[in-house]
Design a protein around this ligand. Structure first.
Ligand code: PRP
Length: 182
């Protein structure tokens, strides 16, 4: 069954715009992390699309790793301040420059937990690169180093972002049509 044609009430960024932005950010990363021990960390599941796009244009030596961070529970559009982090692989953190790649920074609670996690494991630096920044909703002092686009406080889906685990595979970012929110 295909998704309804009106699943998005508004398209915010299409694939072309996202790829162009990923290229610009990657260029900056190449400069900022030259001669550093860069590890790009993809926070599953939402960041996977942006992550793969971004890393294609990161041309400096780097490692990639994956971590699962989860805050939204069930079919709710509210953030629950209860972040679960599960590490998939035992990867080296000490003396590495960690760049967490996110699809969205909202309250910032997920990033705050991730910062605490990486810092206790003595990384050289820890920063965030996010496709979307919902700055107005921030409850922490987290400031992503790289931001694709700043967005308003609307529930967005597509390009990795879900509503109740669906719509991640839509090739653009848009606002979910409220009539599909249960
Ligand atoms: C989303 C997103 C971020 C986090 C942002 O993940 O991928 O990790 O929420 O919200 P915050 O700034 O309020 O913490 P989610 O928990 O929905 O998991 P998912 O990536 O598997 O969809």
């Amino acid at each position: 069954m295909d998704y309804p044609k009106d699943i998005m009430s508004e398209i915010l960024y299409d694939e072309k715009q996202i790829i162009a932005r990923a290229q610009e950010i990657a260029k900056q990363i190449n400069k900022d992390y030259e001669n550093k021990a860069l590890t790009l960390v993809c926070t599953l599941k939402g960041a996977v699309f942006f992550f793969t796009e971004l890393m294609k244009y990161v041309t400096i030596d780097c490692r990639i790793e994956f971590i699962k961070a989860s805050s939204y529970i069930g079919n709710t559009t509210m953030t629950i301040g209860n972040v679960k982090i599960s590490k998939f692989m035992n990867f080296e953190i000490a003396n590495r420059d960690i760049l967490i790649v996110e699809d969205i920074v909202d309250t910032g609670l997920t990033c705050k937990e991730l910062f605490a996690y990486f810092n206790t494991n003595k990384c050289s630096s820890v920063n965030v690169c996010t496709l979307l920044d919902k700055k107005k909703r921030r409850q922490t002092n987290i400031e992503p180093k790289y931001v694709g686009f700043e967005i308003d406080d609307k529930f967005v889906i597509g390009y990795g972002l879900d509503y109740n685990e669906s719509y991640r595979n839509l090739p653009c970012v848009g606002v979910i049509n409220p009539k599909y929110i249960k």
